[in-house]
Design a protein around this ligand. Structure first.
Ligand code: CP
Ligand code: NVA
Length: 326
């Protein structure tokens, strides 16, 4: 496998590397279900830095680190000097002298890259404005579990085609040689630079970007994400108006030819009013559900929560690969 010990973005890794991580994640899932101890990295220390909020990624890094026998330290970005009183580079040097690995979730991709370059230890990107690579291993692991294969499948992403998850899905599908389609209004279609990156790393399959929702008929996997990402400063109402035609709902699902098509969502999802923001949107604009209707979310909750659980097993595989030869 690659000599690249950090996990910063998908294009740093080959198709074989990504497939190996998926297999390793499936193996760790089996060990966990059997309750077979796998504290292979006992005594190591890792730091988790979160500049943005998180439930899945933070929990997955914490439990995966502990299951592997490591000591896990959470460094809330408000409590450390990072970026405010101390540069990312100086912080990287300090953390690298004390920890064996660092998870970083934040805004700039550059910060993740600097941490990796100057800490001298593996750095794992837990999401930046640009990419969400650890999510990808969980997602394609889930697809492998659900279909028994990856080859020949078509993944259709609907919604904000410019966000981190859309970019990661586009590029990862291309690397893995899976057909990928982004259905989004023109304003929110992937940037040309991202499509170019995907094409440069494509090993097979097709890439198709359109604003035509009827293209969804080809989907084996339907995927969506929130319409406004963390840190984005946009008018919520404008975004809703733009993306409502791209909502995953029962009418849209009825157009899909494959009766065994699955729905995935990286979560969190706005499918009801049981959240502060969901309630606020309902009170202000009258929408009870955004990127996915509650009906579809509940119908497909088994695959969606399987995907969430797989964050644990896949992050474990990613950290194990980075640190196993220490
Ligand atoms: N999917 C995902 O990254 O979830 P969190 O934001 O809760 O970590
Ligand atoms: N695109 C979303 C993903 C959350 C996991 C965000 O960045 O907020």
């Amino acid at each position: 496998m690659t000599r690249n010990k950090s996990f910063l973005k998908e294009i740093d890794h080959s198709k074989d590397d990504l497939l190996e991580l998926i297999e390793q994640a499936l193996w760790f899932k089996k060990l966990k279900k059997e309750r077979t101890k796998h504290n292979y990295l006992e005594g190591l220390n890792i730091a988790l830095i979160f500049e943005k909020t998180s439930t899945r990624t933070r929990s997955a890094f914490t439990v995966a680190g502990q299951d592997l026998g490591m000591n896990v330290t959470y460094l809330a970005s408000d409590d450390i000097q990072l970026g405010k009183k101390e540069s990312v580079i100086d912080t990287a040097k300090v953390l690298g002298s004390m920890f064996d690995g660092i998870e970083y979730r934040g805004f700039k991709q550059e910060s993740a890259e600097f941490l990796a370059a100057y800490s001298g230890v593996p750095v794992w990107n837990g999401l930046t404005d640009d990419w969400h690579p650890t999510q990808m291993i969980a997602d394609f692991m889930t697809i492998k579990e659900l279909f028994g294969r990856l080859e020949g499948l078509t993944l259709v992403y609907l919604g904000d085609g410019r966000n981190n998850v859309a970019s990661s899905l586009l590029v990862t599908s291309a690397i893995l040689g899976i057909n990928v389609m982004i259905i989004a209004p023109e304003e929110l279609q992937p940037a040309r630079s991202i499509v170019r990156i995907a094409k440069e790393h494509q090993t097979g399959g097709s890439i198709y970007i359109t604003d035509d929702v009827s293209a969804v008929k080809n989907a084996d996997i339907l995927y969506t994400d929130v319409w406004v990402s963390m840190g984005e400063k946009v008018d919520f109402k404008d975004r809703i108006d733009l993306l409502l035609p791209y909502q995953i709902n029962s009418n849209l699902l009825a157009q899909v030819t494959n009766p065994n098509a699955v729905v995935l969502h990286c979560l969190p999802a706005f499918h009801d009013t049981n959240t502060e923001i969901g309630k606020q949107i309902y009170d202000q604009y009258g929408y009870k559900e955004l990127e996915i209707t509650d009906e579809v979310f509940q119908q497909h909750s088994s695959s969606i929560f399987q995907e969430a659980e797989n964050r644990l097993h896949s992050i474990k595989a990613i950290m194990y690969h980075s640190l196993k030869n220490l």
